[in-house]
Write a new protein. Sequence first.
Length: 294
Amino acid sequence: MFIRDLVLSRTSKSSLANLEGQRWKSNRLHKLWRSPCQRRRLGYDGPMAIHDLTSQRLFVAAGLSQGASFALDEDQSHYLINVLRVKIGGAILVFNGRDGEWRARLSDVKKRNVSLAVDSQIRPQANGPDIDFVFAPLKHARLDYMVQKAVEMGVARLQPVMTRRTVAERVNLTRMRANAIEAAEQCGILRVPEICEPKPLLKLIEEWPSSRRLIFCDEGAPQKNPIEALSGLKAGPLAVLVGPEGGFDEVERQLLSARDYVIRLSLGPRILRADTAGVAALTLVNATLGDWFS
């Protein structure tokens, strides 16, 4: 006897009926909750979410304006028709990182691509904080995770940096951009960060503009309270630097610490994995110097 049959044989018909009833009520309430009229009938008239998180979003390269139309490439057309199953006249939200977010509808379907017609703007362009994320590349899934989280945190640029202890020898920038776009699509973000070519740490330091403060995640920072370390800084162009697994070596740490524009930042008494350190550091910076308080 299969497990499913065993469970069903020991479950009374009344219990199954109750479960089906609860499931129907749950689905019904979910549908009602999405209607402002029904929300008022249910006794809730509070604000809706700032962003429309119920509609599918798509990043496009084309310029966006009212009345514009454009064709999607073959991959995006396949995604729209065969994955999202959008029909002719169906609506979708589109953004390009320059012109804000717009509602578009599927206007034409051909063999290998589809066309969208732009109807109206939903949100004007918002660029977020001027924060660069500089990091030693990790391998595969952990790098994907770190890139996605950095995009969710609203960074403006992603800059891989090669250190003496960097494990990953190469960086797949195409994969990195795909992860950045996917994160922006899923999280309601209007800006997709610039993906920069990897640089050796020494070259990065030599070319660094002194007007951009570099927040260096350093377990040896003299100020152990990260909030105190950031409290004296003014909002402006910033960057967060996270090292590789095993951290920076002593020569690299001394090289960074000697720069006037570098702020050493402790992330607490425990050693964090590199991807965790990136999320922790960006959280602290956004909360104190970014746009979370605006």
